[in-house]
Write a protein that binds this ligand. Structure first.
Ligand SMILES: [Zn+2]
Length: 170
């Protein structure tokens, strides 16, 4: 997680790190990166199934705020928790992002733009009382899922206690 739990640092070395050397030069790899840009990436799916296995239900690739054109990977509407699983390449993971040697300027601008947009999305959602959880795609899915479940359950039970408090005594 990048924002609230910045102390949980990147986990084990992933295959993408090994691949990073050739990212710039292989057109095939570049095509894969472009294809995986938006949704249903493998890490995202792994996180989704792990969260599902913990008994949590959520929306996939949904807008937390209907009027805001930003899509979170997992949305827990009742708890107001939005989860983003950020790809190491596209979002500039400090561990795995290796700037491509070809068209370096293009890629740098692109990644910087993504990061700026990420920060802006986080800020806008927080303003509307949403909790934003951001993880790197390289983080272990089970650990990510556990962190998500903890936050969502905590928020859900907090909401319940508020709701109880507003009811009149019998
Ligand atoms: Zn990474």
């Amino acid at each position: 997680m990048q924002e609230e739990m910045a102390q949980s640092l990147p986990g084990p070395v992933s295959a993408s790190q090994v691949l990073s050397e050739s990212w710039a030069t292989s057109p095939a790899v570049r095509r894969v990166m472009q294809g995986n840009k938006s949704r249903d990436t493998k890490p995202e799916i792994a996180v989704r199934s792990a969260v599902h296995a913990l008994g949590m239900r959520y929306r996939v690739s949904a807008r937390p705020l209907p009027d805001l054109r930003r899509t979170a990977d997992l949305v827990f509407r009742n708890a107001r928790v939005a989860v983003f699983v950020d790809g190491c390449f596209w979002h500039g993971c400090p561990v795995h992002h290796a700037p491509p040697k070809t068209n370096a300027g293009y890629w740098a601008t692109k990644v910087q733009g993504n990061r700026r947009r990420d920060r802006d999305t986080t800020r806008r959602l927080r303003k509307e009382n949403w909790t934003v959880l951001r993880f790197w795609a390289h983080e272990a899915p089970l650990s990510v899922a556990t962190q998500i479940a903890t936050v969502v359950r905590k928020k859900a039970s907090a909401d319940k206690s508020v709701a109880r408090g507003t009811k009149p005594c019998q």
